[in-house]
Design a protein around this ligand. Structure first.
Ligand code: P6P
Length: 335
């Protein structure tokens, strides 16, 4: 089938997008254009990330973002690059970015799509050369093209995504995305400036032996989390926590495992953001046969109330997420 053909001839991302465009008779190339725009920006961010140490653009930029976190120069550069690429591509009318306090209205009266993006997640890892990532979601706008952007356009539940993906700037740079027809991974060949299909039809193992959680917060965990992590230790699972969401997610997607960033007493809604972190990864993991919840509810069904709202996140192999949810339920019932 097309997947095998693509794999056998070392197909580029561009060629794959064209091959798969028939999945979207109604999108007539607009969605493909957005994916190309994102891939282009990621190539530029990849180059700048790789040079960060050399051209001394690492380290703080002296400003803070809406999260109150010190903004790394690469954060700012990545945000500018993705905004510029999406704006020039002409298909997007509004952007929600981790780096922007409010919605960016591109004043594009023909743009049918909205993008939610974390341009460079895990940026505190840049200075110590740990993998970082870009996370993005693509929605169709709800209100008529050309009319003013409304919250109805930008605060859509994750189940409305038409595409989602991430770029992992790691030992190699990969782009992994879904348009609702499975998950495919592309590895960047910098000497050619191309992404090549390297992981066709990614499937998340139904279970695994890896759990990812920041154990430093153990004293703040609720009983259900404590009980699940204790269960993992009794089963001699491996603890793997990089502290960079995209890197932890990607390893668990390929090898099987679960990533948890639960609610804690200090952060009752967890730390991760719904619109531009959890939703995209939830779409991908479900397309790969896995699961994503806030411990109780399916991430993709959560109706956003604010742009930067946080959500607890359990994501990864289906059976592991279900085990965790079950232990959360039992602990809840024992209170
Ligand atoms: P903690 C990075 O800041 C991030 O948003 C994710 O990439 C990462 O998984 C998480 O926060 C790490 O948070 O509290 O464990 O340092």
């Amino acid at each position: 089938n097309q997947g095998n053909l693509a794999y056998s001839v070392g197909v580029t991302l561009d060629r794959f997008i064209k091959l798969k465009q028939s999945d979207f008779p109604f999108a007539s190339g607009e969605l493909s254009q957005i994916l190309r725009d994102i891939a282009l920006a990621s190539k530029i961010v990849n180059r700048e990330t790789n040079r960060a140490g050399l051209s001394n653009i690492g380290g703080a930029f002296g400003q803070t973002n809406v999260q109150g976190e010190e903004q790394q120069k690469l954060d700012v550069i990545a945000n500018i690059r993705f905004m510029r690429a999406l704006s020039k591509g002409g298909e997007v009318c509004a952007i929600v970015s981790e780096e922007e306090d409010c919605v960016i209205d591109l004043q594009n009266n023909s743009g049918k799509y909205v993008v939610a993006i974390d341009p460079l997640d895990g940026s505190s890892n840049i200075d110590v050369n740990i993998s970082i990532g870009t996370i993005f979601s693509i929605y169709r706008r709800k209100t008529p093209v050309g009319s003013p952007i409304t919250t109805e356009d930008v605060m859509q539940p994750g189940n409305q995504q038409v595409a989602a993906g991430y770029v992992l700037y790691g030992s190699s740079t990969m782009l992994v995305y879904t348009t609702g027809f499975g998950v495919n991974g592309f590895t960047y060949e910098a000497s050619l400036g191309e992404f090549f299909l390297s992981h066709p039809s990614i499937k998340a193992p139904e279970t695994g032996k890896i759990y990812s959680i920041n154990e430093g917060l153990e004293l703040e965990w609720e009983a259900g989390v404590k009980s699940f992590v204790k269960d993992c230790k009794e089963k001699k699972y491996q603890s793997r926590y990089i502290g960079s969401l995209v890197a932890d997610f990607h390893r668990n997607l390929l090898k099987g495992g679960i990533y948890l960033y639960p609610a804690t007493f200090n952060n009752p809604s967890g730390k991760l953001r719904l619109l531009y972190e959890a939703n995209a990864l939830a779409f991908i993991i479900e397309q790969a046969g896995g699961k994503a919840s806030d411990g109780e509810n399916r991430i993709l069904d959560i109706q956003p109330e604010s742009l930067h709202q946080r959500t607890p996140l359990l994501i990864g192999s289906k059976h592991m997420v279900e085990e965790a949810e079950e232990l959360f339920r039992i602990s809840e019932s024992e209170i």
